[in-house]
Ligand binder design. Sequence first.
Ligand SMILES: C[S@@+](CC[C@H](N)C(=O)[O-])C[C@H]1O[C@@H](n2cnc3c(N)ncnc32)[C@H](O)[C@@H]1O
Length: 504
Amino acid sequence: MAKLSTSLYTTTLLPPPSRQNPPPLSRHNPLPSSSSRRKNIIRCGSVSATTALPSWASSNPRPVPWGCEIESLSSASDLQKWLSESGLPEQKMGIERVEVGERGLVALKNIRKGEKLLFVPPSLVISADSEWSCAEAGDVLRRNSVPDWPLIATYLISEASLMDSSKWRRYISALPRQPYSLLYWTREELDMYLAASQIRERAIERITDVTGTYNDLRTRIFSKHPQLFPEEVFNMDTFRWSFGILFSRLVRLPSMGGKVALVPWADMLNHSSEVETFLDYDKSTKGVVFTTDRPYQPGEQVFISYGKKSNGELLLSYGFVPKEGSNPNDSVELSLSLDSSDEYYDEKLEALQKHGLSSSQRFPIQITGWPLEMMAYAYLVVSPPEMSRHYDEMAAVASGKRTSTVTYPELEEETLRFILECCESSISKYTKFLEGGSTLDPITTNTKQANRKLQLKQLAKDLCNSERRILYRAQYILRRRLRDIRNGELRALTIMNGFRKLFK
Ligand SMILES: C[S@@+](CC[C@H](N)C(=O)[O-])C[C@H]1O[C@@H](n2cnc3c(N)ncnc32)[C@H](O)[C@@H]1O
C-alpha cells in the first residue's frame, strides 16, 4: 500500500524514500499542511508519452499459479481456521462477501466505539525478519542488503512457490491471484483511459520502478544463484503480483519504528474515507490491533483508513475509486510549466533547479483550494524581467523550503489567469475523455477481456469525474477572484476619475 520512487530505487535497490512510501493501511498521512504539500510537489517531464514500458505492460497480464479469485470465500474461511489454530484469539468479526470491497470483515457481535480489535500476534505477521522456508535464499538476499520491499516481495514468491511446505500456504491461497492495481493495466489501457489524469504518469513511474527493481535483483542476485531463484518462479509476472500485493496490503506499523509488514486477517479490512482508525502494534497486548472510532452492529462491515489519500492514489495502489464527493482527502494534480519562449526562461529555470524543482511541476489541488507552493510557482512563471530579483524567493516558496506567504499584488491578476488557463486546459482533457464515446476502446477478443475493459473504463470514468469536479471548483474560485480584482480596479478607476474632475 505504498509507492516506490523513480530513480534511486530503480537502479540501486535503495529503499523508497518516505515521500513515495506513505503508510498503507496503518497511520494516515497528515492533512496537506505546507510541509506535506511540499512532499506532494511532483517533478514532471520524466515520463513522456513515448516512455518505453517493459514488455509485460504491453500485453494482458499472465496470472500466477497461486492465490484465489478475489471473491473466493472458501480460501478465506480456511485462512480463518488456520489463523485461530495458530494463535489468533477469538474474533468479533468474520470474513464475508461485502458490497464494498468484495470480501471484508463484518461485525459478528456488537462492537463499541473505542474498542481494540484483532490482536494478531507477531508470529502471524510477515516482515523482513520472517524465517524463510528456503533459508539459503533468505541468507543470499540479506547478505546483499536487499531492502525491505524487494525482500518481502521475493519472500512472498518464494513461499508461494513452495506452497504445501510453506507455513504461509493458507494465507497465500487466500490472496487475490490478481490484485486490483494499476500495475495490471497495460500501457494501451493507461493511455486510453487515463490520458487526462496525472495518475497515468504515476502509474507509468511505478511500473518502471517495479521493473527496474526486478531487473536489478535478477542481474545482481538471481542470475548468480539460479538454483535458488529459477526464472520460471522469479520473473516479471510473479514480481508484478507480489508488488501488487504489497501495494494493496503492506502495513507500516508506527509503534514498531515504522516496520513494514503483511498482517494476515487484518488485511481483510477494507477502506473507508469516513473512518480515522488505522492498524498498529500494541505493546501491551503484543499484537497488531486497531481501535474503533465508531460502534458497529452485527452484520455491519468494519472499516479502517488506508490513509488520507486522493481517489487517484487509491486507484493507483488499491484499484478502486470511492464514490464521487465521498472522499474529503481527494485531490487532483495540476501541471504548471515555464513558458519555453520566455526571454528569462534560463534565469527562472536556474532559480527552480537551485531549489530542486524543474521546468514543469505537478501540484495537488483540493476542493478547498490549492497550495501556496503552486501560487509561488505560478508567480515565477508569469513574472516579468524587472522582477528577477524575486525569482529565488518565488522558487524557494514553490519548493516548500520557505513557508512564508509571498504576494506580489502587481502579478496577482496575471498569475490567477495563468492558473485558470492551466485548469481549463486540464478540464477540457477530462471532458474529451468523458464525452468521447467508446470509439477509443482497445479491440477485445473475448467476453472476459471485454468485461475487464468495461470495468477499467468505469474506474477511469469515476476517477476523471471526481478529478474534474475539483478542477471545476478551482475554476469557479479563480474566475470569481479575477472578477473581484477587475471590479476593484474599476471602482478604483471611478474614484480616481472623480478626484480628477474635482481638481479640474
Ligand atoms: C487490504 S485488501 C482488503 C481485503 C480485500 N477486500 C480482499 O478481499 O482481499 C485491499 C483491497 O480491498 C479492496 N478494497 C478495499 N477498500 C475498498 C473500498 N472502499 N472500495 C472498493 N474496494 C476496496 C481493493 O480491492 C483493495 O485492493
